[in-house]
Design a protein. Structure first.
Length: 127
């Protein structure tokens, strides 16, 4: 299975980015081979629909799950419609730690989107 993880860097030792649509990078990790690829998020500086665009990228990548700190309402709905489960990484967790926690069933599955006001506050804090 491929897992899609938002990241602040290009390695498995990078912290999970708590933002979804405006994450710096994303990593696609293959649980069967242990291989991964890291890409700069091409949507992070977009004016609008960045969450939707990144959610569509997850679908294109064929990921079976997504991990981030937060999922905005629009991205949440796109991924929910595509039946891709979303999981919340713990604060400060590295990509590697998040993947390991996912594989052990220790990550919280998101049942609803991050409230818009929480996401906006987080974005202001990280600028």
């Amino acid at each position: 299975m491929k897992i899609f993880i938002t990241s602040k860097g290009k390695t498995l030792d990078s912290p999970v980015d708590p933002r979804f649509g405006r994450a710096e990078y994303y990593i696609v990790y293959d649980t069967e081979t242990g291989e991964f690829k890291a890409e700069e998020n091409p949507f992070k500086r977009g004016q609008s629909a960045v969450g939707i665009s990144l959610a569509q990228r997850i679908i294109e990548e064929g990921a079976g799950a997504a991990i981030s700190g937060n999922f905005g309402p629009n991205a949440f709905e796109v991924l929910k419609a595509a039946e891709i489960p979303m999981f919340r990484a713990r604060d400060g967790q590295t990509v590697k730690e998040a993947v390991e926690a996912f594989l052990k069933g220790e990550l919280q599955q998101m049942r609803s989107a991050t409230p818009r006001e929480v996401a906006e506050k987080l974005e202001k804090e990280l600028k």
